[in-house]
Ligand binder design. Structure first.
Ligand SMILES: Nc1ncnc2c1ncn2[C@@H]1O[C@H](COP(=O)(O)OP(=O)(O)OP(=O)(O)O)[C@@H](O)[C@H]1O
Length: 327
């Protein structure tokens, strides 16, 4: 299957103000997006996400590298390529604040050469899908940030372009509205067969709605994998074990040999052990050590790793070898 978007070896530098130096915002970014996929572009502040998104939607010209949209090179046939893309970069900034919700949709539809009559059904459908029907006559400047964001995405849907680029779609939204926006994005892919690229810091967005994530740092791709694979790859079982008795020095020595990463805490009242067990290591080895002196266990608390911790590990460079093997 041909990817709907293919970016290869993108590079982009900005000249620093009042200086001869350059910031290498994107040094080498390549990835593909398949039709109907939701791809998450993830990275710490300044990693190059927005610059990458802006190059794909044609707002910035790369210094080098290629971008193909439905196989069309956006340098050679710019307008033809960009016809397949809509973007929501700074959400509410793209809206007209002194127009109502419905007027905004009508205005942008008109801008794209669609007649009011032709789009009225589509606008009604979008107002319903985005839960904005009861706000259709409200001025945009009276809407909450979440509603403005929903409207900005609805406007992007008008063009019927197959790919939608979203920069930080849930930034600054409360938990409930963030959840609603996530559900809307899932529905866009499912019901309208669109492809979405999202740049985000919001790990819930990535874990909840993206099938695949490209993690970039300092302008380079660190990993490109299915979210599910990353969760499996980093699967560790983290336990906090509260002990009835302190460990002997022999037990502590053995633990150090078998689990060099563990953390043992002992004070006058309590002893506890924090330990991460990778899949291959058995918790039974740990119990063997405890049984040596019949150390009693008062409580075992098990935690699983979440996507945010995985992201931190990747950005800090842990598990690089494993990732190379998995890809
Ligand atoms: N117009 C510009 N002029 C100069 N430097 C810029 C410009 N835009 C971005 N940069 C720099 O380029 C680097 C990448 O920025 P970019 O906005 O693409 O990163 P980002 O991953 O989207 O970051 P954030 O998550 O903070 O939005 C940063 O060091 C940023 O300071």
């Amino acid at each position: 299957m041909e990817p709907i978007i293919e970016v290869q070896n993108l590079k982009k530098s900005y000249k620093k103000r009042r200086s001869k130096e350059y910031v290498h915002a994107v040094s080498d970014v390549s990835f593909k997006v398949n039709r109907g996929e939701i791809l998450g572009l993830l990275g710490p502040n300044g990693a190059g996400k927005t610059t990458t998104i802006k190059m794909i939607c044609g707002l910035l010209i790369p210094d080098s590298g290629t971008i193909r949209i439905k196989g069309i090179d956006n340098k050679e046939k710019r307008l033809k390529a960009l016809r397949h893309i809509s973007s929501v970069l700074e959400g509410n900034r793209n809206l007209y604040w002194r127009l109502t919700v419905k007027e905004n949709l009508e205005y942008f539809a008109g801008n794209r050469g669609m007649s009011r009559k032709d789009v009225s059904e589509q606008i009604e459908d979008l107002l319903t899908k985005f839960n904005l029907k009861d706000k259709e006559n409200e001025l945009v400047n009276r809407l909450s940030r979440g509603m403005q964001q929903k409207l900005a995405i609805a406007v992007a849907m008008l063009a019927e372009s197959e790919v939608i680029l979203l920069d930080e779609p849930t930034l600054g939204l409360d938990v409930e509205t963030g959840y609603e926006v996530r559900e809307i994005l899932k529905a866009i892919v499912r019901d309208y067969n669109r492809t979405i690229i999202i740049s985000s810091h919001d790990m819930d967005v990535i874990q909840d709605i993206c099938e695949r994530t490209v993690i970039i740092n300092q302008g380079k791709v660190l990993t490109d994998d299915r979210v599910e694979n990353l969760l499996k790859l980093f699967e560790v079982r983290a336990y906090t074990i509260t002990l009835g008795d302190p460990l002997s020095s022999q037990q502590q020595q053995l633990l150090l040999q078998k689990f060099p990463q563990h953390d043992y805490q002992q004070d006058a009242y309590q002893s506890s052990l924090n330990i991460e067990l990778a899949k291959s290591e058995g918790i039974y080895d740990l119990f063997d050590v405890l049984q040596l002196n019949n150390t009693s266990v008062e409580a075992i608390d098990r935690k699983t790793i979440n996507f945010e911790q995985i992201f931190m590990k990747i950005v800090k460079g842990e598990k690089q070898d494993a990732m190379v093997q998995s890809s």
